[in-house]
Design a protein. Structure first.
Length: 374
C-alpha cells in the first residue's frame, strides 16, 4: 500500500508541469479542467481516497495515508489550484460517505468513484434560503438550490446538505452533466476553472437509501472543522508554485544579487516553510483523530490561518518584487495570485482564530502531535 501511494504521488509529481500548462488554458477559457481530470483519472486518483477493500489506496488512513494525502493535495495545488479544490471536495465527499454511510450506499458510491465519477460537495445555501427535503413516495424530494458549487455542470455525484426540522441532513445525489446549472451574474475573479456556480436542485427525487448518516452528522466535530486541513494543503501547493516562480523570475531578470530582493525572497521562504511545517502536523492530527475533538479542531484552525497568513504575505512580497509584471494577464504569477486570493476566502476566519485562542487559554500549548498526546 505504501509503495502504491508513493508511486501515485510520484506519478502526479511528474505530471505537474503538464497540469500547470493546462491550468493557464483552463483559466483563460474559464473551463472545467477536463483534460487534467482525464489524466488524473487514468492514474487512479479518483478512487485513491477509498479504502483498499473498496479499490482505493486509503488516502488519509493512518500516518502514512495522511502524509500521502497531504503530498497529493499540495502537488495538485502546485499544478492548479482549481484542480486541487475540485479533488479536495471529491476526497471530502468520499471520506464522509465511508464514515457515515450504510454498507450499500458506500458500495454504490465506491463503485461510481472506481468507474471514474467525480464527486462534488455542495453545502452552501444561497441567500434565498436553505435547500429543504420533504417525504415523496419511498424517498424524498428536494426544494431549493445550492450556491458556490464547484464542478457545477460536470460533477455527476454530489454530497449535499438539506435543512430538516431535526437538523442538517446529508444526501447523495446524481446529476446529469450540463444540467441544473443556474445562470448567474456572479463570476469569481479567481479559481475560474473550478467552475463554481449555483445548482437548481428542486425536483430531484432522492431514494431513502441515499440519505447519508443522521441529521447533525455533517456538523459533527472534529471532522467538520478539521477537514479544513485539506483545503490548506491545496493552498500550500499554490504557495509553493508562487515561491518557485518568484525565484525563477528574479534570477531570469538578473536581480538575485540585490539585497532587497534577497531579503524579500528570504521572507518568502520563511512563510512557505512555516506553512509547510504547520501542515505536516495538521494533516496528522486531522487524519489520526487521536486527541480530543476540541484539541484537533483548535490545532487545525491555527494551521489553516497560518497557511492563509503565509500565502497573503507571499503574495504581497512577490508582487512587490516582480512589480507590474506580476499583474499582466497571462503571467503565471497573476493567475496564481488571483486563484490563491480567491481560494483563501474560506468560511468564518475570525471565529476560527478566536475559538482556537480560547482553547489554548486552557490547554497545553500547540506542539508536535505526540507531545500533546503524552
Ligand atoms: C473557489 C471556491 C470554491 C468553492 N466551492 C464550493 C463548493 O463546491 N461547495 C460549497 O458548498 N461551497 C463552496 N465554496 C464556498 C465556501 O464553502 C464558503 O462558503 C466561502 O468560501 C465562504 O467565504 P466567505 O469569505 O464568504 O466567508 P464568511 O464566513 O462569510 O467570511 C467573510 C468575513 O465575514 C466574517 N464573518 C463570518 N460570519 C460572521 C458573522 N456572523 N458576523 C460577523 N462577521 C462574520 C468572517 O470572519 C470574514 O471576515 C467555495 C468557495 C471558493 C472560494
Amino acid at each position: 500500500m505504501l509503495c502504491e501511494r508513493t508511486a501515485l504521488c510520484e506519478a502526479v509529481g511528474a505530471m505537474v508541469p503538464v497540469l500547470q500548462q493546462q491550468a493557464a488554458a483552463d483559466d483563460a477559457a474559464g473551463d472545467f479542467p477536463g483534460d487534467s481530470f482525464h489524466r488524473l483519472r487514468q492514474l487512479g486518483l479518483l478512487r485513491a481516497p477509498l479504502p483498499e477493500t473498496l479499490g482505493g489506496l486509503g488516502l488519509g488512513d493512518g500516518a502514512s495515508g495522511a502524509a500521502a494525502l497531504l503530498r497529493l493535495l499540495a502537488l495538485l495545488g502546485e499544478a492548479s489550484l482549481p484542480v486541487a479544490r475540485l479533488y479536495e471536495a471529491h476526497v471530502n465527499a468520499l471520506q464522509l460517505i465511508c464514515r457515515y454511510g450504510n454498507e450499500s450506499l458506500i458500495r454504490r458510491c465506491a463503485a461510481d468513484a472506481v468507474a471514474g465519477a467525480l464527486f462534488a460537495l455542495w453545502v452552501t445555501d444561497p441567500p434565498e434560503g436553505a435547500l429543504t427535503m420533504h417525504g415523496e413516495g419511498d424517498g424524498y424530494g428536494l426544494v431549493g438550490a445550492k450556491a458556490f458549487c464547484s464542478g457545477a455542470g460536470t460533477a455527476t455525484r454530489a454530497l449535499v446538505t438539506a435543512a430538516t426540522l431535526s437538523g442538517t441532513q446529508m444526501l447523495i445525489i446524481s446529476v446529469d452533466p450540463g444540467t441544473r446549472v443556474l445562470p448567474s451574474p456572479i463570476k469569481l475573479s479567481g479559481m475560474r476553472a473550478a467552475t463554481t456556480g449555483s445548482m437548481e436542485l428542486t425536483g430531484i427525487h432522492v431514494p431513502a437509501d441515499a440519505l447519508l448518516g443522521e441529521t447533525g452528522d455533517y456538523l459533527r466535530e472534529p471532522v467538520f472543522s478539521a477537514g479544513a486541513w485539506r483545503s490548506a494543503a491545496a493552498a500550500l501547493g499554490g504557495l509553493k508554485a508562487l515561491v518557485a516562480l518568484h525565484r525563477d523570475e528574479i534570477r531570469r531578470r538578473g536581480r538575485a544579487q540585490d539585497p532587497h530582493q534577497q531579503a524579500r525572497f528570504g521572507a518568502l521562504l520563511i512563510a512557505y516553510e512555516t506553512a509547510r511545517l504547520w501542515m505536516d502536523q495538521a494533516a496528522l492530527r486531522g487524519c489520526l483523530e487521536d486527541d480530543s475533538a476540541a484539541a484537533i479542531v483548535a490545532y487545525v484552525n491555527l494551521a489553516r490561518l497560518a497557511v492563509e497568513s503565509a500565502c497573503l504575505d507571499a503574495m504581497r512580497l512577490s508582487q512587490r518584487s516582480l512589480g507590474l509584471g506580476a499583474f499582466i494577464a497571462g503571467h503565471p504569477a497573476e493567475r496564481i495570485c488571483r486563484d490563491l486570493a480567491t481560494y483563501l476566502r474560506q468560511p468564518a476566519p475570525d471565529e476560527t482564530l478566536v475559538k482556537a485562542a480560547s482553547h489554548y487559554f486552557h490547554a497545553p500549548l500547540p506542539g508536535p502531535a505526540s507531545a500533546t498526546a503524552a
